[in-house]
Ligand binder design. Structure first.
Ligand SMILES: NC(=O)c1ccc[n+]([C@@H]2O[C@H](COP(=O)([O-])OP(=O)(O)OC[C@H]3O[C@@H](n4cnc5c(N)ncnc54)[C@H](OP(=O)(O)O)[C@@H]3O)[C@@H](O)[C@H]2O)c1
Length: 300
C-alpha cells in the first residue's frame, strides 16, 4: 500500500509517499481504508527528530494519529462494527491507504470525511482537558490558544456544556472565536490582564493548548495551580500545573462518542483545509508555522 513516510529526520522535504507493508487489525482493533487523516504537530515533532534525543533514525517512520475511513478488517474480540461501516477514530500511521484504529466511533453520515478525520486527536484531547478541569455549566474557562486544532474544539465543547469561555488567539482569529461563542483576547504580553478584564470575576479553570504563556501567569488566573491543565508545556508540572499527554487519563471511546454527537448536532464545527497526501510537505510547512486555523487534513 501507499503511505506517507520518512527515512531520515529533517524538515518536510524528508517526506515521501511510497510503498509500505499493509497493517492488520490485532485483537481489539479494526483496520480502515483511509479516506482522510489529519495533521497534528506531534507528527512533525516525530519527523524532525524532536523525540529522538540526537539518535539517527533506525527504521522508516510513518505518520498520523487519527483518521476516518471504511472498515475493511476486524480484529479478534471486536463487536458492534462490520466491514463497510464508516468510522472515525484514533490509531497509528493513519496517513496511508490503510490504517489500524485502536478506538473509533461511527461517522455521522452528515459529517464529511475530512472533518471526521480532524475530530480524533483534537476531540479526545479536548474532552480529556475539560474533564480533568471538571468544567461544567456556569464555569469561566480560559483556553490559551483557542483557534488551533485542539483549541477550537475545546472552546466549542466547553460552550456546549454551557461554560463561559474566554480564549486567546492572534487578532486575525478573534471573529472566528466569537463565532463559537467565546470571548477573544489577544495572546502574548499582557494576556493575564486582558483575561481578567474579559472575565470580570474569577476564572475557574485554564486549559493551555499552546504552551506559549509562562505557566506562572496562567496559574495567577486560576483558583489553584492544579486548575491549570496543559497539553503543550511539559515543564509546567514543576510549578504545580497539571500536564497531560494522554495514556492513563484518556477515555478515547467516550471522547469520540461525544465528539461524533456534537458534530452530528452541529454544536461542533471543525474548519479544515485539505491537501492530497502527495502534497503533505506543504501541509506540514503550514502546521510548523504555528498559526493554523482549525485543522489540516491529508487525503490519501
Ligand atoms: N499532550 C497532548 O495530549 C496533546 C494532544 C494534542 C496536541 N498537543 C500539542 O498541543 C499543541 C497544540 O496542538 P494543535 O493541534 O492545537 O496545534 P495547531 O493546530 O498548530 O494550533 C496552533 C495554535 O496556536 C496558537 N498560538 C500561536 N502562538 C500562540 C501564543 N503565543 N499564545 C497562545 N496561542 C498561540 C495559534 O493561534 P493564531 O493562529 O491565532 O496565532 C494557533 O491557533 C501542540 O504543541 C501539540 O503537539 C498535545
Amino acid at each position: 500500500m501507499r503511505a506517507l513516510q520518512f527515512k531520515a529526520y529533517g524538515g518536510p522535504e524528508v517526506l515521501e509517499v511510497g510503498d509500505a507493508p499493509e497493517p492488520h487489525a490485532g485483537p481489539g482493533q479494526i483496520r480502515i481504508a483511509v479516506r482522510a487523516a489529519s495533521v497534528n504537530p506531534v507528527d512533525w515533532k516525530a519527523f524532525t527528530g524532536a523525540f529522538a534525543g540526537g539518535q539517527a533514525l533506525v527504521a522508516t517512520g510513518y505518520l498520523g494519529y487519527d483518521g476516518a475511513g471504511v472498515v475493511d478488517e476486524i480484529g479478534e474480540g471486536v463487536t458492534g462494527v462490520s466491514a463497510g461501516d464508516e468510522v472515525l477514530g484514533l490509531g497509528r500511521s493513519t496517513q496511508a491507504e490503510h490504517a489500524v484504529l485502536d478506538s473509533w466511533v461511527a461517522k455521522p453520515s452528515s459529517v464529511d470525511w475530512a472533518v471526521a478525520a480532524a475530530a480524533g486527536v483534537a476531540g479526545e484531547t479536548s474532552e480529556r482537558g475539560l474533564r480533568l478541569l471538571g468544567v461544567t455549566a456556569g464555569d469561566t474557562l480560559f483556553v490559551d490558544g483557542g483557534a488551533g486544532g485542539v483549541g477550537a474544539v475545546a472552546v466549542q465543547m466547553a460552550v456546549a456544556r454551557d461554560a463561559r469561555v474566554i480564549a486567546s488567539s492572534s487578532q486575525a482569529n478573534h471573529d472566528y472565536l466569537r463565532e463559537f461563542g467565546a470571548t477573544p483576547v489577544l495572546y502574548g504580553e499582557g494576556v493575564v490582564a486582558r483575561v481578567r478584564a474579559a472575565a470580570g470575576g474569577p476564572v475557574d479553570a485554564v486549559f493551555d493548548v499552546a504552551g506559549k504563556t509562562p505557566v506562572e501567569d496562567l496559574i495567577s488566573l486560576a483558583p489553584t495551580s492544579s486548575q491549570v491543565v496543559t497539553i503543550a508545556n511539559f515543564a509546567a508540572g514543576q510549578a504545580g500545573a497539571r500536564v497531560t499527554g494522554g495514556g492513563s487519563d484518556s477515555q478515547p471511546t467516550e471522547a469520540l462518542a461525544l465528539v461524533a454527537e456534537l458534530l452530528a448536532q452541529n454544536k461542533l464545527v471543525i474548519t479544515v483545509q485539505t491537501f492530497p497526501i502527495d502534497r503533505a510537505a506543504e501541509a506540514y510547512r503550514v502546521s510548523q508555522g504555528g498559526h493554523v486555523r482549525g485543522k489540516l487534513v491529508l487525503i490519501p
